[in-house]
Design a protein around this ligand. Structure first.
Ligand code: NAD
Length: 271
């Protein structure tokens, strides 16, 4: 950063759901490094969120852990109230929480279906709604950001790539895509920007089985033209950009961070 230039997100307040592991943890660190105050949501096991908050505060930043199940309306409302109380405002939501409950379609229970839709889709709805309400209620701060508020939804390449054995997950991410675009259309006139990141294969606990062994990794790499698995930093950099004024004219977009996974690599030598 050149001397005298302030960090891209200086003074802004952010909330990252599912911020205590994987992609969310990477985004928490990147937002803090870009100058934001960060509320780190976790659902269970507070230790990782507490450790991350302490690390950020020790480095001179501001962060705190906040518990909530994003699929629980009352818990989400309470979480946003705590963030407002602590930081006085909210400028950035990264709705990142998500999970998988995989099963062959005929074996998929209603509980498997509901859990994934509740967390991945309804959870994003509840958090986005609370964020938009907050953006509209609070004082505008054009000195902090050109937009009144910014939302980054965490989608997946499976918002467009069908995924056998994961029908609930693909349906939830397809839902996130059109929720995000419809919401972006609705709130753009209020100068609120809403975008998604659609990661390909990123090395995190959610997909450990896909990269843990050499054979699994080799098979995974046949799906990735760029020839490497993604790291959480790859997604975190995109999140900082989407949250910053550098992307001020970008709204309603799914930004694919996937090493080309959505380029139909199976057709590479088949033309
Ligand atoms: P992860 O399992 O480390 O992260 C998921 C986070 O969501 C965890 O911190 C978990 O505690 C949290 N969570 C689960 N249920 C919750 C609930 N009810 N309330 C609040 N938080 C809850 O895995 P990850 O890979 O970092 O996943 C983060 C997001 O990225 C997810 O939405 C996932 O679908 C998406 N994604 C990941 C990949 C990948 O390759 N890793 C690819 C595409 C999309």
């Amino acid at each position: 950063m050149p001397n005298g230039t302030k960090p891209a997100l200086a003074g802004q307040a952010a909330l990252v759901t599912g911020g205590s592991s994987g992609i969310g943890a990477g985004i928490v660190d990147a937002l803090a490094a870009a100058g934001a105050m960060v509320a780190i949501n976790y659902v269970s096991r507070s230790e990782d969120a507490e450790a991350a908050a302490q690390r950020i505060e020790a480095a001179g930043g501001r962060a705190f852990p906040v518990q909530a199940d994003v699929s629980d309306e009352a818990a989400v409302e309470a979480m946003f109230a705590k963030v407002a109380e602590r930081f006085g405002r909210l400028d950035i939501l990264v709705a990142n929480s998500g999970l998988q409950r995989d099963a062959a379609f005929t074996d998929m229970t209603l509980a498997d279906w509901r859990k994934v839709i509740d967390v991945n889709l309804t959870g994003q709805f509840l958090c986005c709604r609370a964020a938009v309400r907050r953006f509209l209620a609070q004082e505008e701060r054009p000195d902090l950001s050109r937009a009144r508020g910014k939302i980054v939804c965490m989608s997946s390449v499976h918002e467009v790539i069908p995924w056998a054995g994961h029908v609930n997950y693909a349906a939830s991410k397809g839902g996130v895509m059109l929720m995000m675009k419809s919401l972006a259309q609705e709130v753009a006139p209020r100068r609120i920007r809403v975008n998604s990141i659609s990661p390909g294969a990123i090395r995190t606990p959610i997909n450990r089985a896909a990269w843990e062994t050499k054979e699994a990794l080799r098979s995974l790499l046949t799906l990735i033209p760029y020839g490497r698995i993604g790291e959480t930093e790859d997604v975190a950099k995109a999140a900082v950009w989407l949250a910053s004024d550098e992307s001020d004219y970008v709204t309603g977009t799914s930004l694919f961070v996937d090493g080309g996974m959505t380029l139909y690599p199976g057709f590479e030598d088949n033309g």
